[in-house]
Design a binder for this molecule. Structure first.
Ligand SMILES: [Zn+2]
Ligand SMILES: [Zn+2]
Length: 128
């Protein structure tokens, strides 16, 4: 498969963006408290393939949520010791033109953040 163009937004449409995404590379879910409480299901996007269209000033002070509707849309992940290349972690639920079948065909990688064992799959993932 290859990259496809998508448009995304928060629930109130204050924050809108576009991205070229290759879903054949899979999506990501983690069971840590933060991801679980947000229902954070993400896909990685290359920074060059991501563009905020509106609402750059629409984030709450933490920079993680729309200040109006509270939806978490995306987050820039910089270089860390565990991450050699910066990327955009984008919530798949914010993509307005993603067909559910496209999402379900993508492989999901799971992280056991709850046990602080990030590179292992948790024993139970069906709830994520
Ligand atoms: Zn919003
Ligand atoms: Zn997590």
């Amino acid at each position: 498969m290859s990259k496809k163009h998508y448009r995304g937004s928060c629930a109130c449409k204050r924050i809108t963006f576009e991205a070229d995404i290759d879903f054949s590379k899979g999506t990501h879910k983690c069971n840590c408290t933060s991801c679980w409480k947000r229902r954070w299901w993400t896909v990685k996007v290359e920074p060059a393939d991501f563009k905020v269209l509106t609402g750059e000033d629409g984030f709450d002070p933490s920079g993680r949520f729309c200040a109006t509707c509270g939806v978490a849309t995306f987050r820039h992940v910089p270089v860390f010791d565990w991450n050699p290349t910066p990327y955009v972690s984008l919530s798949v639920a914010t993509l307005d033109d993603l067909a559910p079948t496209e999402l379900l065909e993508a492989e999901v990688t799971y992280y056991d953040g709850l046990a602080d064992d990030w590179w292992s799959k948790p024993a139970e993932v069906r709830h994520l």
